[in-house]
Design a protein around this ligand. Sequence first.
Ligand code: ADP
Ligand code: ZN
Length: 837
Amino acid sequence: MTDPHAPDVSPLPPDQDPPDLADLPQLPITAFVDIALPLPVGQIFTYRLTPYQQQRVKPGARVRVPVGKRRMTGYVVAARAEAPAGVETRPIEALIDRDPVLPPELLELARFAADYYLTPLGDVLAAMIPVEADAWGDRRLRLTDRGAMAVHQEPVARALQSLLLERGQMRISEIEEELDDPRIEALLVQAIEEGGLSWDAAGARGERYAAAFELAPGDPDALRERAGRSPAGRAVVDFLGALGRPALGEELRQGVGCSSAVLRRLATLGILLRFSQPRRLALDRHLMSTSARMEDPPPVLALRGDQQTALAGIERALTGGTFARFLLRGITGSGKTEVYLRAAAAALAQGRSVLLLVPEIALVPALAAAARQRFPLALAVLHSGLGAAERQQEWARIRTGEARLVVGPRSALFAPVTNLGLIVVDEEQDLSYKQDSSPRYHGRDLALMRAKISGAVAVLVSATPSLETRLAVVSGRFTPLTLTERVGHGSLPEGILVDLRNESVVRLPGDVQFSERLIVEIERALAEGDQTILLRNRRGYSPLLLCRACGEDFRCADCGLPRTYHRRAGELICHYCDSRLSAPARCPRCRAETLEAIGAGTERIEEALHARFPDAAVDVLDRDALRRGGGPAAILERFERGETQILVGTQMVSKGHHFPRVALTGILSADSYLGFPDFRAVEKTYAMLTQLAGRAGRGERPGRVVIQTFLPEHYAIRAALLQDDAAFAEQEMRFRRIFHYPPYTRMVQLLLRDRSRERGLARLTEIVGRISGHPRTGELRVTGPATAPLERLRGEWRLQLLVRGAQGSVVRQVLREALGEKPIPGLAVDVDPYHLL
Ligand code: ADP
Ligand code: ZN
């Protein structure tokens, strides 16, 4: 598949020298700062500083600024000695952070991303920083009794005291402005530590304190005597004596079985000393508990030769201390995870930090559990499924350097670790790494850039690498590390192709397409005590609820497509805009009772399985399941414990999990992507089928994978069935090259939404005009304007323009000039688009 004539295009962020960061953190004292704001305009705005602010403002910190009549949170990106000529600058209203929320490397990464993805810097920064990031300036302080009664000599301290006596409670940013004294911050910190000031935990979001107790100094027996005759009181003293350390109130109440009143009484008697302690939230519910308990020692495995060679390659690069890129390849179950966890251990041992990225939140619990077993204290978990307080805690642990190994989905690449040594991108080919709202970054590509800026080692991991990464290996930009064997006796599963065209359809209740062969295989798996995974890439009960009498199909008026029937929820939901109707018993239009569910989603497959195999326990894993009690971790744990025999789900079930008892996997329709007008449809199908096959037979015995299809001759399906990766890669690379698709070109999609089709087309046509007027237009290939495959969404037309070129930098340069500074209403720019809908 090597192509000597391939243009030198980087599928990954282009090689450019990371800027010199040495001078970023400390700024000269300046009167003005540039602030990035999350506004659709790409500009940076200059604001004025008070003398007080001049001394403390730092790049990477947040500030509150007036914008028109509003106030917004912005990010300091640079300092300047003077304002741009002819611009009236406004003052900053308040400093939010005492320390920068972003280390300089991340600020640099943000600048790169804004430039590369043709996106406002403020948008990128907003995506990087969780709202829960602790905001010093937002804390609301008040005087404690001690603080109110204290007698101060220093004028500032007196001023602070009387200000708070008068106002009751104030934000730190307000206090700082009011008093405008360089010593105020130190004074506040000291007063908080000494207990003269307290702040409201709710106002500060997240940081929580819990009551803790320890025994007063002195002879334990004497303390026991003083506790009196109450058995509870004595029990508490004994408990703490045996423990030999302070304990949380909660721990004591549970351990002894006493009430808080007992603890309060003992504290009043001076037997216990009470203090508060920051509360640590255990993130157990986000970890998979059955596979790896923290108490259990990590597995001690002797690495195979190929694993050793791969690990040695990564370790050498870590020792070298400079940027390096690897592709760790190997079929599912070949021991890739084991290799990168050892590489992580090596990086941590060097005192460096590690980011482990997975494509989906559902994959976090298992990896985080494995990581905690090996690195119990260093692990932090970061994703949107965490509660606000949990996220705030993890973010804080990372910033202080307590946590140095972060596991999470794409956004975890922005974790503010310092001294980064290693970034691992597991299942690098997965499309979920691409964010489909602004900023439309690709997690893998930004991870590579972050590694480059930090001089770290990047390891992409995959059984079926993306074509982008394959080309990067061929062109020598990546070092391949290949695992050739499957661990243990597990061999690849037997592939069973079912040609649906000549299937005498077995009709289960509800018209679900189960071939006879699939039923036989499920029966066999159940009889042999094995587990089954079935993939159906549609959630809900049926994609269509249709009135047989009048043809009513509950189309979403805004999006122009039928709503999906969710029977359990009793709703008809538009999967594009989420608009909902409650499902009627009879047709609202003709009043007939002839509504019929057509086709099957996961919910209906589940129902059909219950009917056909009443003794088997069936569970569903899809996006709807994320919202039900327990979430993905609970569903996966039940499956891993063997409480569930059949797991049905969307793509989520085919990714990454390791279940030794799965003997059978099946896909009800392998053709779901192939009908899409998307140049990646074949790649998606191949990756999906290969992954699914990889889930079967990972234990002692070989498994089976059943592929049901109407297109048995298609090369993606054949290659997946025969496990002929080279054949797939060769065919697909040829197709991409001949038709000028990525990775042989760089593509940008301009998607315009407008209520009026004509007006939208006119806007895009105008852009085409500006592109063709550009001197470098000859290097580009412009397709459209045309209606996008999904024509309407939420009542608007969707029109698109695809721009391709051999050099990404040229494509971006031309577009930047053609689009101009002024935002174009309804236009979304997607650099390296992955969801062409
Ligand atoms: P992959 O990430 O390639 O799918 P894993 O690293 O998850 O594979 O390995 C699959 C299983 O094999 C895991 O249970 C793992 O603990 C085990 N394993 C990995 N390497 C070895 C080894 N060298 N010897 C024995 N078992 C191993
Ligand atoms: Zn809709």
